[in-house]
Ligand binder design. Structure first.
Ligand code: PLP
Length: 369
């Protein structure tokens, strides 16, 4: 009945172990829809990873910390994982950040990300022993301190000897091309800022660096410890261990000219109407028809009499390996597909494959073997 994420458990867990083993200091990112798995499940899985013997030095800290995206996500993870939790969205003096800052039960586990001098002063005034990382602005231009602001922070921190600096964070864009020279330039700024020495003041929390970039930086900056924050490559890095299926809920034969659907469309050809699980509430949406959308392409499609020419749009559902067309836009929890005459018609209760974006899909069930 459900839109189901099927996980080949042994294969997925092996991939997680292998990825963690290959990245000493790894910080799993657990945010949003939990990459399709839910936040709670990934928090428990991070706990499991932290307990694995990965062959690292104990002080590598692999999986001793997980990263959530927002303060609002803390409650989903803090009961299921007992290590430190870093919040990737920078601390601000309002909203859920303040509520979390005021929570004594989290005080020693929570690591804030600080991206403005005034926020650092404010945070330390509220909680002088708060743990925090300083975010350095990268070419992403999203959040963080410029080189000059980092200097000012270094200055300010010398007046707060009790402050618990956990390192510097850098979030690089996903773009192709090396980040090594940018990272090196930013690290030069970090050295220049003369941050007060402490157990973690030489920790650099990075995102989206390749293994080659990381090993290059480690060789070039041996005094620093680099920790990778990773979501997609960890949880979704072995797509072959994952599959998504939907259930056929109903099947109706359709003659050319028959009327169907919310919009009372008429069938352009004979075939079958298939009602399957999965709609807008799950994140199933219309896809842009792929291929040549130019005038010539459209003319060619019309000449072939293709169904897309009469307004049917490709769906993410496929039957026997063939992607099927939506008969009309997806409904809230179900979709209507058109199966032309000649193709095999699945029966009610059969499952069909669905291609989804895992980070944007709400599954009804997750089945881990
Ligand atoms: C989301 C996020 C990540 C994880 O990104 P993936 O592409 O899923 O690995 C890492 N760092 C920051 C700052 C993020 O916001």
């Amino acid at each position: 009945m459900s839109l189901t994420l099927n996980v080949d458990g042994p294969r997925w867990r092996e991939h997680l172990r292998r990825t963690a083993a290959a990245h000493p200091g790894l910080v799993p990112v657990v945010k949003g829809n939990g990459y399709g798995f839910t936040l709670g499940r990934l928090a428990r899985r991070t706990q499991w990873l932290a307990e694995q013997d990965l062959g690292h030095e104990p002080d590598a800290g692999t999986c001793d910390t997980l990263a959530v995206g927002m303060y609002d996500e803390l409650e989903e993870v803090v009961q299921r994982f007992d290590g430190s939790v870093v919040v990737l969205t920078p601390w601000r003096p309002f909203g859920s950040a303040l509520e979390a800052t005021a929570d004594d039960s989290l005080a020693d586990r929570l690591v804030h990300t600080v991206g403005r001098l005034e926020d650092l002063e404010d945070l330390l005034a509220r909680r002088p022993r708060a743990r925090f990382v300083l975010e350095r602005l990268t070419s992403m231009q999203r959040h963080g301190l410029s080189a000059r602001e980092l200097w000012a922070v270094g200055e300010a921190l010398r007046a707060h000897p009790g402050a618990r600096l956990e390192g510097v964070a850098m979030h690089f864009p996903l773009a192709q091309g090396s980040h090594t020279s940018e990272a090196s330039r930013l690290l030069t700024d970090v050295v220049g800022a003369q941050l007060p020495p402490g157990p973690r003041s030489h920790t650099v929390w990075v995102s989206h660096l390749s293994d080659t970039e990381l090993s290059g930086l480690r060789a070039r900056w041996p005094d620093f410890t680099f920790r990778s924050r990773m979501g997609t490559g960890l949880w979704l890095g072995d797509r072959g261990s994952l599959s998504v299926t939907s259930t056929v809920l109903d099947v109706h034969p359709l003659e050319r000219g028959d009327v169907f659907g919310y919009r009372g469309r008429t069938a352009p050809k004979s075939g079958h109407l298939l009602v399957v699980t999965g709609g807008t509430a799950h994140g199933v949406g219309l896809e842009a028809p792929t291929g040549d959308l130019g005038l010539r392409g459209r003319a060619a499609t019309l000449a072939r009499g293709g169904l897309d020419a009469v307004g049917f749009v490709r769906s993410p559902f496929s039957i026997d390996g063939k992607q099927r067309l939506f008969a009309e836009p997806p409904h809230m929890q179900a979709s209507m597909l058109f199966v032309p005459t000649g193709a095999r018609v699945p029966a009610v209760g059969d499952v069909v494959d669905v291609r989804v974006r895992y980070t944007a899909t709400a599954f009804d069930r997750i089945v881990v073997s």
